[in-house]
Design a protein around this ligand. Structure first.
Ligand code: S3P
Length: 429
């Protein structure tokens, strides 16, 4: 296959209203719950990108009928909690960690065995973090390197509820356990040490499931069907983040984003950008019944940024925005530091390595001390030839960096990965 590259040149300023695709995390969850609910689910503004389409195909393989109306409205004929069919062969999930980890939770409750596989990146991502609690609940899982990596074969069975303290802050692990908990006898509780995105909890409630959320503990009782629903997916704040940083760092720019998800567990990066001096206004909207998620409009005006420290405790609330915040750090005067970002090492690529290596090539003074990333920003940097390492968020962050450079073209190699989450990004940038 021919490698796709992207070339961008520096710009001075811009003014734009950003059209935004549906949220990736929420689209995955809507499709999954729609498939195991009873009755019809209609999802508007579903993210039509490779990762979410892998989730849809996985359920098609298990007998779920789905159809698209128009560009991004997805209808799912739910088969109920116990209606999935044994898949005819391995379920391929591409690059999508969310598909694999959450699906394992659902497969844990099925009376058949199934194998999940992925691309080379997904096959190297840690799965032990979901395998361990699911085995404690009663599933049997075998993988490459014991139970650590995909391909994984899971034999579901009779599950029992557990009370589980998450050893790493991960919404994917929390969600896998809660989804398995739907099939388990008794109560399943997940206890977090810091709050991660709560889309699964919200979506479960949207499909009629009762949950108890007390502080950092989420509990649910197994069995009892979910009811098919109508879901309107808000715009993806993580995709908007690339353009929010671009506008924030270019004096005189103006950006407007309508109907974007502003769930408090996802907007940590806006708090950080404001601390850096960014001019960002969030105009909340009334939460509608079809959404179950807070939504709003965002207005950004460009001005000079200054450095800040991002504490370890803030990381779960901005995990996917760390690469683009490093680009903001490159533009901000003074020192910006990200503390203990070790989870970046196990994303689609090692994002500490990918961002430090590429931004250094552009002349940015950036380095890491173990899992901390430090930037001495606000100095001119230039275009260069860069590598995406097949990671969508690295590729898109570098494209923004190329736009923010003071001189020279930037060429980013291997950008097909952008289609996993934001197919229209290349046109928009
Ligand atoms: C996601 C959770 C996060 C995030 C990923 C999507 C989700 O992963 O990085 O892009 O939808 O639950 P972790 O749970 O591994 O932190």
């Amino acid at each position: 296959m021919k490698m796709e590259n992207l070339t961008v040149s520096p710009i001075q300023k811009f003014s734009k209203t950003l059209p935004l695709p549906g949220d990736k995390s929420i689209s995955h969850r809507a499709a999954m719950l729609g498939a195991i609910a009873k009755g019809k689910t209609e999802i508007r503004n579903f993210l039509v990108a490779e990762d979410c389409l892998h989730t849809v195909k996985a359920f098609q393989k298990m007998g779920v009928e789905t159809s698209f109306q128009g560009k991004d409205q997805l209808t799912i004929k739910g088969r109920g909690l116990h209606g999935l069919k044994r898949p005819g062969g391995p379920i391929y999930l591409g690059n999508s960690g969310t598909s694999m980890r959450l699906l394992l939770g659902i497969l844990a409750g099925q009376p058949f065995s199934a194998t999940v596989t992925g691309d080379p990146s997904l096959s190297q991502r840690p799965m032990r973090r979901v395998v361990f609690p699911l085995e404690k609940m009663g599933a049997a899982i075998e993988g490459k390197g014991g139970e650590h990596f995909a391909p994984l074969t899971i034999r579901g069975g009779v599950l029992k509820g557990i009370r589980y303290h998450l050893p790493v802050p991960s919404a994917q692990v929390k969600s896998a356990i809660l989804l398995a908990g739907l099939y388990a006898e008794g109560i399943t509780s997940v206890i977090e040490s810091s709050k991660t995105r709560d889309h699964t909890e919200r979506m479960l409630q949207h499909f009629g499931k009762k949950l108890a959320v007390r502080g950092l503990t989420v509990s649910l009782k197994g069995n009892g069907e979910l009811e098919g629903s109508r879901v309107a997916v808000p715009g993806d704040i993580s995709s908007a983040a690339f353009f929010i940083v671009l506008a924030s760092a270019l004096e005189g720019s103006k950006l407007i984003v309508h109907n974007v998800g502003v769930n408090p567990t996802r907007i940590g990066f806006i708090r950080v950008l404001k601390r850096m001096g960014a001019d960002i206004t969030l105009i909340p909207k009334k939460e509608s019944r079809e959404k179950g998620e807070p939504e709003g409009d965002i207005e950004v005006r460009g001005r000079n940024l200054k450095g800040t420290t991002v504490l370890a405790s803030e990381i779960p609330g901005l995990i996917d925005e760390l690469p683009i915040l490093m680009v903001a750090g490159a533009c901000a005067k003074g020192k910006t530091q990200f503390q203990q970002a070790s989870e970046l090492r196990v994303k689609e690529t090692d994002r500490i390595y990918s961002m430090v290596t590429n931004l250094r090539k552009m002349g940015v003074s950036i380095w890491n001390e173990s899992d901390d990333v430090i930037i001495d920003g606000g100095k001119p940097f230039h275009g260069s030839t860069l590598q995406s390492y097949k990671d969508h968020r690295t590729a898109m962050s570098l494209a923004v960096a190329g736009r923010l450079a003071q001189k020279g073209k930037t060429l980013i190699r291997d950008v097909a990965c952008i289609r996993t989450s934001f197919p229209d990004f290349i046109n928009l940038i």
